[in-house]
Design a protein around this ligand. Structure first.
Ligand SMILES: Nc1ncnc2c1ncn2[C@@H]1O[C@H](COP(=O)(O)OP(=O)(O)OP(=O)(O)O)[C@@H](O)[C@H]1O
Ligand SMILES: [Mg+2]
Length: 520
């Protein structure tokens, strides 16, 4: 077992320290990472009240030497790195020696640990950063960390916590991030005493479909290597499956906008789980204390790897980065004063219009969303609720234990949104759906409302429905359709913004163009 040591002053200056624990999911992330770093092959996670009351992670890893127990909660003490060189070849999740220190100072924190070669364990209890007890105790091999009543000693931070469900959804996303990639570990997740997930060791594809059963048979495999590294993983072929994709760099889930943008431009909105493997010296994880951001030694090389990897994918939705530009002059006139020239559609995304000295690039999805939103809101104002229609045949969909729990938790919102349904064992039976929604969109909208943490208000739900009913970026519009959208757009109350606050168009003044090129 590696022993815990303080980092040198020099190294402390070099690490991106200063972690702030903001919510239960941050705690869960750190505890799962520690359990994995300890070489465990079994990890059980118990959450109560969305993690606000309890987060407990139990592993069967190498444990902590009893003489090191008091050090594990000190700041900048770690068993994972000891020299600056280690910082450039990190293979563990942790390296700052900071997580347990931060967590134990804002909770009622206990850690029980027993290495294999000892017959008893030790338990350390700390409350709000204050030492309470350190005792011997019977314990299985491994480590159990209990974090109770997060922020009990910092009421202001506690106030910023969201509802139990929202905090739980954050925890769940964190759990999934790590469960997807660590396939040789048996994970179990419990919420409020109920087992929600039980993931025995398996291969990657199986693990993904265990977590998302609806993707089975609907995944494309990717595996591509170039001189920089390797990219592999799975992409969903199911357009209706709406969840944010996950990108890992050297097994660490990361946020990197530019990579996401590239991925989206090549496979549009589909769900993906992609792994990028690069030599350790190529990647700097030491950018942000939570280590979710990364820097690459050579950005362009990584972008190329991703781009080429995705292009190599033989997919039914392979869409090059071609520039579609159709120009024709078609005059349209709607209302008394509005006369415009419809110039065409660019990149199957923007409707291009000339009107009164300006060229408008109108985002076809955003504008349509605005139109649909206003129509739906108008109906809502008239009736006070979202109208339902009865289905000829019920929609039946099998659900996991986890989804069942979430549905029960969010029943009220789903019903207010125009759905009526029953749960029959592990089947969701939908009987009525919002009147504007077609039958084949119903499930997708239902699950969007279910999984989205912001989906509490009718406004929001209407926004989602409006989004769903609207043309998408990538849809080719006929002249007639484009003109109809423009006509309706002129009739909206707030033509400039979409329901989520995004601008509908960008305009370029022809006068400015003339000035810029020295004419006039
Ligand atoms: N579940 C565990 N099993 C075995 N050892 C553990 C476990 N959790 C923590 N430790 C020990 O306690 C030390 C401190 O943990 P902590 O999470 O605070 O820091 P770290 O993992 O080293 O770095 P980071 O702050 O980046 O997470 C670890 O280096 C490790 O030696
Ligand atoms: Mg750690």
């Amino acid at each position: 077992m590696r022993r815990i040591k303080p980092l040198s002053e020099d190294l402390i200056r070099k690490i991106a320290a200063g972690e702030v624990v903001e919510r239960p999911a941050n705690v869960l992330k750190e505890l799962i990472e520690n359990a994995i770093d300890a070489g465990s092959d079994r990890i059980d996670i118990f959450i109560e009240k969305g993690g606000k009351r309890l987060i407990q992670v139990v592993d069967n890893g190498e444990g902590i030497h009893p003489d090191d127990m008091l050090d594990c909660v000190k700041r900048y003490t770690t068993s994972k790195i000891s020299s600056e060189d280690d910082l450039y070849s990190i293979s563990s999740y942790g390296f700052r020696g900071e997580a347990l220190y931060s967590i134990s100072s804002v909770s009622k924190f206990s850690i029980v640990s027993r290495p294999e070669d000892l017959s008893v364990g030790k338990e350390l209890y700390i409350e709000g950063g204050v030492f309470r007890s350190f005792t011997e105790t019977g314990a299985p091999v491994g480590t159990k960390v209990r974090v109770k009543d997060i922020f009990f000693n910092t009421p202001v931070r506690k106030k910023f916590l969201k509802s139990e469900r929202t905090e739980f959804v954050h925890c769940l996303k964190t759990f999934i991030n790590y469960a997807v990639v660590n396939t040789d570990i048996h994970f179990r997740l419990y919420h409020n005493g109920r087992e929600l997930m039980n993931l025995p060791p398996s291969d990657l594809k199986k693990r993904i479909t265990y977590i998302y059963p609806e993707l089975s048979g609907r995944l494309l495999e990717l595996d591509y290597t170039d001189e920089t590294g390797r990219i592999y993983g799975y992409i969903s072929t199911d357009e209706r499956f709406k969840k944010e994709g996950i990108v890992y760099v050297n097994k660490r889930p990361v946020k990197n906008r530019e990579l996401r943008k590239i991925i989206k431009s090549l496979i549009s909105e589909k769900f993906y789980v992609l792994f990028i493997e690069l030599p350790p010296y190529f990647v700097d994880h030491n950018v942000h204390p939570a280590k979710i951001e990364v820097k690459f030694k050579n950005d362009t090389a990584v972008k190329n790897l991703v781009r080429e990897g995705l292009k190599a994918l033989e997919t039914p939705f392979k869409k090059g980065v071609t520039f579609d530009y159709t120009v024709s002059q078609r005059k349209g006139s709607y209302g008394k004063e509005k006369v415009f020239d419809l110039l065409g559609q660019v990149e199957n995304t923007f409707i291009v219009v000339y009107y009164d000295g300006d060229i408008y690039l109108i985002d076809q999805h955003v504008v349509h969303e605005r139109i649909n939103y206003e129509i739906l809101m108008e109906d809502l104002r008239e009736d006070g609720f979202i109208k339902r229609k009865i289905l000829n045949r019920n929609i039946t969909h099998s659900i996991s234990e986890l989804e069942k729990a979430l549905i029960e938790d969010k029943k009220g919102t789903l019903e207010r949104s125009g759905f009526s349904f029953d749960i029959d064992g592990y089947n969701l039976v939908i009987k009525e759906i919002p009147v504007f929604v077609s039958e084949d969109q119903a499930l997708d909208i239902f699950f969007r409302i279910l999984m989205d943490e912001d989906a509490e208000t009718v406004d929001y739900v209407i926004g989602e429905i409006a989004c769903k009913l609207s043309v998408k970026s990538g849809d080719i519009l006929s002249d007639e359709k484009a003109k109809l959208i423009l006509k309706r757009w002129f009739e909206t109350d707030s033509p400039n913004l979409c329901p989520h606050g995004r601008p509908v168009y960008y305009k370029v003044s022809i006068d400015d163009v003339k000035k810029a090129i020295g004419r006039g």
